[in-house]
Design a protein around this ligand. Structure first.
Ligand SMILES: Cc1ncc(COP(=O)(O)O)c(C=O)c1O
Length: 389
């Protein structure tokens, strides 16, 4: 494949850092100091107080919705996008909440802020907003309204590391935010994810939820003391506060994350330059070029037909296949989630048709790879290929 979705995301220097660790006598391989250091460095980079490293972005979503369930055991509604990854919606269902879908804004591919506000009811427990493929889906009026109506914002930033809103990094606005370090994203720990928050209580609970619900995983002495004095008959090292999961990562992930974080900002800049070069040359009569690029950080080039055109879409796929351009139709996550079998019986029949912006992406949208070592000539060639369709 001449233009794969991702290239060289784990470099020799990352592997060398792992090898250095392995050369020690009896190195710690499970969760240890490198995990803790990565969490601290990530929090400093993002500008939040606490981060918890887990084994995937999906696990970050799962633990976040598990926290919401701790707050609202009776359930309720969570506002979600139809253009996201399955785990954004699966985690809502797995924790007994009802997903309420809101169509996207074509300029950000994230949920339309006005539609979010219109969907809020007295059963809304959170807005679970995904920043899709590097675009900033926040809006000041939305932030103000959520604050006024006391609806927590949860940000899924799994596809948008380093993107900003008003100069501040995404993932620092929500009550809780989630990141993924899967190979295809901005940086990789092979598999991995992060749950971030400024809320000390959430932080303690996520630490427990990550490790079987075990109280000894909390690092606040007051939390430990409270459980131990309430349950004196239990072994203090084996008190299980929640029916939880094991979603821990390892030292290998921690080492890779620390090594990768050092070049993340540089890579974000490079990808943004690539995106601007790509957008400038793309034929605006065929493809959308009016995205909200300010503050964006894209590991993907979004290729979205301007109009629904069944003939052109086939031609675009043909030229990409012939030229060795890897692509995902419907954008990254399988297009309109509401069409997926796991939602049959959960949403009314034909519900997907009520989301025309997402439907357009489902049939006429593609994602292709944007990585730091993509050369200018390659971007120019890509545009020529795409414009020739
Ligand atoms: C928006 C979003 N959320 C969550 C995930 C899940 O992350 P992971 O693949 O690390 O489980 C992804 C994955 O691609 C994603 O794009």
């Amino acid at each position: 494949m001449k233009y794969p979705l991702m290239r060289n995301n784990i470099l020799r220097e990352d592997l060398d850092a792992v090898i250095e660790h392995l050369k020690q006598d009896d190195p710690i391989l499970t969760h240890g100091q490198n995990v803790r250091d990565f969490e601290a460095e990530w929090s400093a980079w993002l500008g939040v107080k606490h981060s918890v490293f887990v084994n995937s972005g999906a696990s970050a979503n799962l633990l976040t919705m598990a926290i919401l369930k701790v707050r609202y055991p009776e359930g309720g509604e969570v506002i979600v996008p139809p253009l996201a990854w399955i785990s954004d919606i699966a985690s809502v269902l797995q924790n007994g909440f009802t997903p309420v879908f809101v169509d996207i804004d074509p300029r950000t591919l994230g949920m339309d802020p006005k539609r979010i506000c219109a969907a809020i009811t007295d059963r809304t427990r959170a807005v679970f907003l995904t920043h899709v493929q590097g675009f900033d889906a926040l809006d000041d009026a939305l932030l103000t309204e959520l604050q006024q109506r006391r609806v927590p914002l949860i940000e899924d930033v799994c596809e948008s590391h380093g993107a900003t809103h008003q100069g501040r990094k995404l993932g620092g606005f929500g009550w809780i935010s989630n990141f993924s370090f899967y190979y295809a994203h901005h940086m990789s720990t092979i598999e991995g994810g992060m749950v971030c928050t400024n809320d000390q209580e959430v932080y303690q609970q996520v630490r427990m939820l990550r490790s079987h619900g075990m109280v000894r995983e909390a690092n606040d002495p007051a939390v430990l003391a409270a459980y131990r004095s309430t349950y004196p008959e239990l072994n203090p090292d084996f008190i299980f506060a929640f029916p939880a999961y094991n979603t821990r990562n390892t030292e290998i992930g921690g080492i890779l994350g620390r090594s990768q974080l050092r070049r993340l900002d540089r890579n974000v800049k490079r990808r943004t330059d690539n995106l601007l070069r790509f957008m400038k040359q793309l034929d605006a009569s065929k493809y959308r070029t009016d995205f909200k690029v300010e503050g964006s950080s894209n590991y993907a080039f979004n290729l979205i037909l301007k109009r629904p055109d069944k003939v052109l879409v086939e031609r675009v796929m043909k030229v990409m296949r012939e030229a060795g351009v890897e692509f995902r139709r419907g954008s990254a996550g399988g297009g309109n989630q509401i069409r997926q079998p796991y939602l049959k019986g959960v949403v009314p029949k034909d519900h997907h048709l009520g989301f025309p912006e997402t439907e357009h992406i489902h049939f006429y949208g593609f994602y292709i790879g944007n990585y730091p070592d993509l050369r200018d000539e390659e971007i120019d060639e890509l545009c020529q290929i795409l414009n020739s369709a």
